[in-house]
Design a protein around this ligand. Structure first.
Ligand code: ADP
Ligand code: MG
Length: 608
C-alpha cells in the first residue's frame, strides 16, 4: 500500500505562490506600499526607486507607525489591522484589507522595514529575505514607516525575466503613483527615480493636484462636475472639448478614493460629450464617486481595479447627466435641457428597476480569414465595438494585420501585375472620385473601389520607413511649434528623442514645454500636434524597438489625405499609380483593406 502523499506547504512556499497574484511587477509593490502609507494616515509619502524598481523600491511615510509586534505581524500572511470580521469586508474604506501584500512582497524580495510610533523612543528594524526573518533590532528612526524592497524577484528568475524594459516598468510605476496621488490631494507625494525627482506634489486641492501632474494648460481647461444623489455623490473635473486629446492618459475614475477601470462608465462619460468631440478624440476626466461601500463589490479582481456596482445602470445615467449639466453650464453644449433629459427623470427613484442596455460586443462570427470569398468583405475592425476599443486598439490592429497578410497576398498579386503591365505602357488610368472618399478605377472588367485615405496612408508609410533609412528630408520651422506637456508626457518624448530625430523631427526642451524646430517634408505643419499626441499615446507601453514601425504608422495616418478631400484628376491618378507600385498594396499599415474589387459575375449575383 502506498503512503499518504498530501502535505501542507511550508509558509514561505505558500507565500511565494500567493505573491504571483499580488506582485506582478515593480509597480504592484509601489501600489501596495503607497496604499499602506495612505491607510496609515500619512500626510507625506515619499517613493524612491532605482532601476525602475528592480533594485530598489522604498516608501517612507509619516503615518501611524507600528509597534514592535505589529512590524513582525505585518509580514505574516492574512495579517491585517483593517478587518476583523467578514462583515467588515462589506464596509471597507481602506485600500488594503486582505493582509497579503507585505507577506507576498517579502516572499520575493529582500525587505528592510523600519517603523516607529509616536511617543515611542525607539523604532523597530526588521530584515526579511525570501520570506525568512533575518534580523530584528531596535533602531533610531523618525515616526512613521519606511519599507525598502530590494532586488525584487531575486529568487524567482522566471518573474524577473518577464519584466519589460526599464522605460516600460517606470511608466507602470508612474501610473500607479499618479492614481494614488490623484485620489489623495491632501497628502504630499514625492517620487524620485535614480536620484532625479520626477514628482514633487504638495498637498492642496484637486485642481492643483491635476495641474501639478498634467501641466498648467490642462489645469485651465477643466470644469468642475458636482452631483449629489441618494445613491452616489459625484465630484471632479472634465476637460472642456478643446482639451480633448487622441490619448486616454487623462481619464480617471475613482470610487471611494480608489482608482478603478470601468469601460462601462467610460462610455457614460463619452456619451455626455456626444457630438462635442471630433472622431478619435478623448475627453479628459477626473471623476470621483462616493458611495456606500455595501453597494459595491471591490473584491472581484485581485489587483482591485475593477469593481461591481449594485446600481450600475443608474450610475451610468447619473454620470452622463452630471457631465452634460456641467458642460451645459459653461455654455459648451448648445441646446441642453437638463431638467427634461428623459433619463434624468427617473433618477430620484432609486428603486426603479428600469434597465439600461449594456454595451454589446458583436463579433462577425462568420468571418474566416482563410476563406477565399472574403476578398470584398474584408475583416471589419469596427465589428468589435466600443467596449473593446476601450481596452486596446493596438492589439486589435495587430490581429488585423496578421489577417491582412494571410488573406490578401495571393489575391492581389494578380491585380498588382495587371497594373504594372498596363501602367508601364503609359496608358492613362481613368479614375473617378466618389463622395470625396473613394477612387473608382476600372480595369479589364474588374471594378476597384479604393479608399483614398488608406491608400495615401500606405504610400506615406512606405515612404517614411524608407526615408528614415536613407536620411529623412526635413523642413525647418520658421517659428518652432510649442507643445505644452505634462512632465510625464515630456519624459516619454525625451526617451525617444534620437528616434524622432531620425524621422526628421528636431526637438528641443525647456522646463515646461517641448519645441519642435523641424519636421519631415511630407508632414503638414497643422498635423504636428496630433502626431505628437499619438506618439505619446503609443509610448504608453511600447518598447523602443517596435517604435519605428509605430511612428511611421502614426505619421502616415496623420499626414494622409483625409476623407472628404476633393482631389484633382491628376492627383487621384497619381495616388492610384503610386499605390500599385508598392509590393503589397492590399492593406493599410493599420491592417485595414485599402480597396474592394468586384468582377461582373459578382455584380450579376447581386443584381439577380
Ligand atoms: P493590508 O493592507 O491588506 O492590511 P498588508 O500586508 O499590506 O495588508 O499590511 C499588513 C498590515 O501591516 C496592515 O494591516 C497594517 O496594519 C500594517 N502596515 C503596513 N504598512 C504600514 C505602514 N506604512 N504604516 C503602518 N502600518 C502598516
Ligand atoms: Mg496593504
Amino acid at each position: 500500500m502506498k503512503n499518504d502523499i498530501i502535505q501542507l506547504l511550508p509558509d514561505h512556499v505558500a507565500n511565494q505562490i500567493a505573491a504571483g497574484e499580488v506582485v506582478q511587477r515593480p509597480s504592484s509593490v509601489v501600489k501596495e506600499l503607497v496604499e499602506n502609507a495612505v491607510d496609515a494616515g500619512a500626510t507625506t509619502i515619499q517613493l524612491i526607486c532605482k532601476d525602475a524598481g528592480r533594485s530598489l523600491i522604498q516608501v517612507i511615510d509619516n503615518g501611524s507607525g507600528m509597534s514592535v509586534t505589529d512590524v513582525r505581524m505585518a509580514f505574516e500572511r492574512h495579517a491585517t489591522s483593517k478587518i476583523k470580521t467578514t462583515q467588515d469586508i462589506f464596509t471597507i474604506l481602506t485600500k488594503g484589507f486582505r493582509g497579503e501584500a507585505l507577506a507576498s512582497i517579502a516572499a520575493v524580495a529582500q525587505v528592510e522595514a523600519k517603523s516607529r510610533r509616536e511617543f515611542e523612543e525607539l523604532g523597530t528594524q526588521l530584515i526579511i529575505e525570501g520570506g525568512e526573518v533575518r534580523n530584528q533590532d531596535p533602531v533610531v528612526c523618525p515616526v512613521g514607516t519606511s519599507i525598502a524592497v530590494k532586488n525584487l524577484f531575486y529568487n524567482v528568475p522566471a518573474r524577473r525575466n518577464f519584466l519589460k524594459s526599464n522605460q516600460v516598468e517606470l511608466r507602470h510605476i508612474q501610473d500607479e503613483f499618479q492614481r494614488i496621488a490623484l485620489a489623495h490631494e491632501n497628502i504630499s507625494f514625492y517620487l524620485h527615480h535614480n536620484d532625479s525627482e520626477i514628482y514633487h506634489l504638495k498637498a492642496g486641492n484637486l485642481k492643483q493636484r491635476i495641474q501639478q501632474i498634467f501641466g498648467k494648460k490642462l489645469g485651465s481647461q477643466i470644469i468642475s462636475v458636482e452631483e449629489d444623489t441618494e445613491i452616489v455623490k459625484i465630484s471632479g473635473f472634465v476637460g472642456k472639448p478643446d482639451a480633448a486629446k487622441k490619448s486616454r492618459s487623462e481619464q480617471f475614475f475613482f470610487v471611494n478614493n480608489r482608482f478603478i477601470r470601468s469601460p462601462y462608465l467610460h462610455n457614460a462619460l463619452c456619451d455626455a460629450f456626444d457630438e462635442l468631440l471630433p472622431a478619435g478624440y478623448q475627453p479628459a476626466y477626473f471623476m470621483y464617486l462616493q458611495l456606500d461601500p455595501s453597494r459595491i463589490d471591490i473584491n472581484i479582481h485581485p489587483t482591485k481595479t475593477e469593481i461591481k456596482f449594485e446600481d450600475e445602470a443608474l450610475i451610468y445615467t447619473i454620470i452622463r447627466a452630471a457631465v452634460k449639466h456641467a458642460l451645459g453650464q459653461f455654455n459648451i453644449t448648445p441646446s441642453l435641457d437638463f431638467e427634461q433629459d428623459p433619463n434624468w427623470a427617473f433618477i430620484p427613484s432609486a428603486s426603479d428597476d428600469k434597465e439600461i442596455k449594456m454595451p454589446e460586443i458583436t463579433v462577425d462570427s462568420s468571418f474566416n480569414p482563410f476563406s477565399n470569398d472574403n476578398h470584398y468583405r474584408a475583416p471589419k475592425p469596427s465589428a468589435i465595438n466600443s467596449t473593446m476599443d476601450f481596452y486596446n486598439d493596438a492589439v486589435e490592429l495587430e490581429i488585423e494585420n496578421n489577417h491582412a497578410h494571410q488573406v490578401f497576398e495571393s489575391n492581389f498579386e494578380q491585380t498588382h501585375q495587371l497594373f504594372e503591365s498596363e501602367v508601364g505602357q503609359q496608358e492613362k488610368l481613368n479614375v473617378i472620385q466618389w463622395h470625396n472618399k473613394y477612387l473608382i478605377v476600372e480595369y479589364r472588367g474588374e471594378l476597384l473601389i479604393i479608399d483614398q485615405h488608406r491608400a495615401h496612408q500606405k504610400i506615406l508609410f512606405e515612404k517614411f520607413i524608407h526615408s528614415k533609412r536613407d536620411n529623412a528630408l526635413v523642413q525647418q520651422m520658421l517659428f518652432p511649434i510649442e507643445l505644452d506637456l505634462s512632465p510625464n508626457d515630456r519624459q516619454k518624448l525625451i526617451n525617444v528623442e534620437s528616434q524622432l530625430l531620425s524621422f526628421g523631427f528636431d526637438i528641443s526642451l525647456d522646463e515646461e514645454s517641448i519645441q519642435i524646430n523641424a519636421i519631415p517634408v511630407d508632414v503638414q505643419q497643422e498635423d504636428v500636434v496630433s502626431i505628437f499626441m499619438d506618439f505619446i499615446d503609443e509610448l504608453e507601453f511600447k518598447e523602443s524597438l517596435e517604435l519605428d514601425n509605430s511612428f511611421a504608422k502614426i505619421l502616415a495616418k496623420n499626414s494622409a489625405v483625409k476623407k472628404g478631400t476633393s482631389l484633382k484628376e491628376e492627383q487621384a491618378r497619381t495616388l492610384v499609380e503610386e499605390l500599385f507600385k508598392l509590393p503589397n498594396p492590399n492593406y493599410s499599415p493599420y491592417g485595414r483593406p485599402i480597396f474592394v474589387q468586384m468582377n461582373t459575375t459578382e455584380v450579376e449575383k447581386i443584381l439577380q
